[in-house]
Write a protein that binds this ligand. Structure first.
Ligand code: GDD
Length: 687
């Protein structure tokens, strides 16, 4: 892009406001070091724009807009920008929000990108903001209030969660996709020129066409003219020299570095854009006590650029413009401690003339919301972690989380994985297809928690082979073993076993065996009396020789020996008539024993399941790492409690290349048998 250099700059303390720059060329072609630019021209290389776009979120506020227009705006968003759609559209019988979700999801599927769509009234968002200590955005009903500016604040916080650097806003009632694309290019161009991390850029439209008998290319909106005039009065009085530098007081189309965005106050409703400027003047010019030392030292820059595309948007009538836009915009200027008496008087005259106020009245103050940096991001993302996947489209893709840092710097990813049939091939027990990806998971320092019906001995062997040093869950959730010193905060435990502390959730093997014996005796007696129920054969690992276990399972002798070393559960092969088996399983439950089917064998234990152990361990991770995002991967029925307990459940295919039917909400089906599927979804997770 080639921009005209601006000659006009106002310096007020640490704040530099640049005059409006015109675009000379939207695309300035490839880099050519041989060309010397004219002194009047500022060239911004394509590569520089590309780099900024990768770090930018574009927030699209939407409330019941024409969906065709919305589609147009979406299609204009540069591919590398991350889109967050913030909707306050109608729900219920006519669910406009659902339509927006579908459109965005289809758009992302076809264009191979990922985006976020959030309804402003989603209770999970309100809860997260409240837990993060930012309740000022909530209404009496406990949900986020109506308003584009409330949506913008949520957009800023979500952009922070995604660890982006810049956030830009574009209204979704824009009829000209080319204009929307141009706004993003302007944002990126300005950011690439910035000399400070605290930067804002605002768009001035070249023309805003109106139908006045015929199409008329109007340059100024009435409210903009008035707001700019009074803002300039304020700035002139502050600098003691008259200026008309500000031309973008109400610029809905604007963007900021997150470093600046999170430090500003926001006015509710249409006061938002004016208040952003007022907040910059109040905080960084030094006229009022300095609160942000770093920004004051490094400086704050405000860019303004003029577009070549006209701005054509839905016309919502004049009434709304004066009452909802002009009065709040002028009110934030009027109530600023920087505003001088003379400017105040002029504002009052303006508002009385416009019929907004009676003589002698003052404009009511606009509700101000504090800087988003007040929100505790660890709590915000922690509170959202269970819901976050709902907001991403297309559904089913792993969340765009990076390394062990996760969404936002603070989220720690933890993977809970089943072993037999999942990390280990259901037939051969091989983990080879998953090995390379497992190494990537380890290199990202993502904890890999084994959660299996296998015994401690079996899991220890595998941990040693694979070099996995994270806690592990044995015998179908009966115990959690945590390497000593793994967590920096102390935690309670039931006993110490070698180098681990152990949290026991299940009853002992002896107790399980005793109860199981009793149940078997009773069931066998019943079956004798009711021969029509059929026969029942139960063979327990504990009663088999090592060789027999090896034969039954296909394990080698060493592994079979370890499989027999049970501490909390018994593994058994159950055969017989359908009714006899059902009777047995019902009687087990009555006796207080759980059973879980892992595909070939049943594991019987007392009082535990994988889900309880996963929840317990997740709490410890949260206690030690703050916000945590949990992933679970399994293949069969006994994984259901584990998959239900994690934020993102995933299922690999069984030996017949199918997904065993599991009742788990939000389950992501991954192609590939056992370790092949494991590798596929972990590749996405670490990417
Ligand atoms: N999330 C959300 N929540 N979005 C909203 C809400 C809300 O409560 N209300 C409106 N929007 C969306 C609209 O769908 C549209 O995309 C955008 O916010 C702007 O809303 P409009 O109601 O169309 O505003 P406008 O066109 O009158 O005013 C625009 O230009 C002004 C300057 O002329 C806005 O950008 C103003 O903020 C700006 O001051």
């Amino acid at each position: 892009m080639r921009l005209e250099r601006t000659r006009q700059t106002e310096h007020l303390g640490s704040v530099s406001i640049y005059g409006v720059r015109r675009v000379l060329e939207l695309d300035s072609g490839a880099k050519n070091p041989q060309i010397n630019e004219n002194a009047e021209v500022q060239k911004i290389e394509r590569e520089a724009i590309d780099e900024i776009e990768k770090k930018m979120v574009i927030v699209l506020p939407i409330m019941n807009e024409d969906v065709k227009v919305f589609e147009g705006v979406l299609s204009a968003m540069p591919h590398e920008c991350f889109i967050i759609v913030l909707s306050n559209s109608q729900r219920g019988e006519i669910d406009t929000f659902r339509v927006e979700q579908d459109i965005l999801s289809r758009f992302c599927q076809t264009t191979k990108r990922q985006a976020l769509i959030v309804h402003q009234k989603d209770p999970a968002m309100a809860r997260a903001l409240s837990e993060a200590g930012y309740p000022e955005i909530l209404g009496e009903d406990g949900l986020i209030r109506n308003g584009k500016s409330e949506g913008m604040i949520l957009g800023i916080l979500l952009s922070k969660l995604l660890s982006k650097e810049y956030v830009g806003f574009i209204d979704t009632d824009n009829y000209i996709p080319g204009a929307a694309l141009e706004y993003v290019k302007h944002y990126a161009a300005a950011f690439s020129l910035a000399k400070t991390p605290y930067v804002m850029t605002r768009i001035q439209w070249r023309y805003k066409p109106k139908i006045m008998g015929e199409l008329y290319f109007k340059k100024w909106g009435r409210v903009s003219e008035i707001t700019n005039k009074h803002l300039n009065n304020l700035v002139s009085a502050m600098g003691k020299f008259e200026t008309d530098i500000l031309k973008t007081g109400n610029a809905g189309e604007h963007a900021m570095s997150l470093a600046l965005a999170e430090r500003l106050n926001y006015g509710t409703g249409y006061a938002v854009e004016t208040e952003e400027l007022i907040s910059i003047l109040e905080q960084f010019t030094g006229m009022l006590p300095i609160t942000n030392k770093d920004a004051s030292e490094k400086g704050v820059e405000v860019f303004q650029t003029e577009t070549v595309n006209p701005h054509l948007h839905a016309d919502k009538g004049d009434e709304h413009v004066v009452l909802e836009m002009m009065q709040p915009s002028l009110s934030v200027i009027y109530h600023s401690p920087l505003c001088q008496e003379k400017t105040r008087e002029l504002i009052l005259t303006e508002l009385v003339e416009a019929g907004c106020l009676e003589p002698g009245q003052e404009p009511p103050p606009v509700r101000l919301m504090p800087p988003p940096q007040k929100a505790d991001m660890a709590r915000f993302s922690g509170s959202l972690s269970a819901d976050l996947h709902r907001f991403f489209v297309p559904e089913g893709l792993p969340l765009p989380v990076a390394g062990g840092r996760g969404i936002g710097e603070q989220v720690k990813k933890v993977v809970f994985t089943d072993l037999d049939g999942t990390l280990l091939h259901p037939g051969t027990y091989s983990y080879t297809p998953a090995l390379a990806t497992l190494r990537q998971v380890q290199s990202k320092e993502i904890p890999l928690v084994f959660c299996s019906s296998k015994t401690r001995g079996e899991q220890e062997m595998l941990r040693q082979e694979l070099g996995v040093g994270d806690p592990f869950i044995t015998e179908n959730g009966a115990a959690v073993f945590i390497p000593k010193g793994y967590f920096h905060r102390p935690h309670s435990y039931d006993k110490v076993v070698g180098d681990y502390t152990a949290l026991e959730l299940g009853i002992s093997y002896q107790e399980v065996k005793h109860k199981l014996g009793q149940v078997l005796d009773e069931v066998r007696a019943k079956l004798l009396k009711n021969a029509w129920l059929g026969s029942l054969t139960v063979s327990c690992f504990g009663d088999m020789s090592v060789e027999e276990v090896a034969m039954e399972t296909g394990l080698n002798l060493k592994a079979a020996e370890l499989a027999k070393q049970r501490e909390y559960s018994e593994t058994m092969k159950v055969q017989g008539g359908k009714q006899a088996v059902e009777l047995f399983l019902v009687e087990l439950k009555k006796a207080g024993l759980n059973h879980a089917f892992g595909g070939r064998f049943y594991t019987v234990s007392g009082g535990n399941d994988k889900g309880k152990a996963v929840k317990l361990l997740t709490e410890l991770y949260k206690l030690n790492f703050g916000a945590v995002m949990t992933f679970g991967i399994g293949d069969s029925e006994n994984d259901t409690p584990m998959l239900t307990a994690v934020d993102q459940p995933m299922q690999v295919q069984n030996q017949s290349q199918r997904w065993t039917k599991l009742k788990v909400p939000q389950l992501v089906f991954v192609r590939g048998i056992g370790p092949e599927g494991w590798s596929r979804c972990m590749t996405e997770l670490v990417a």
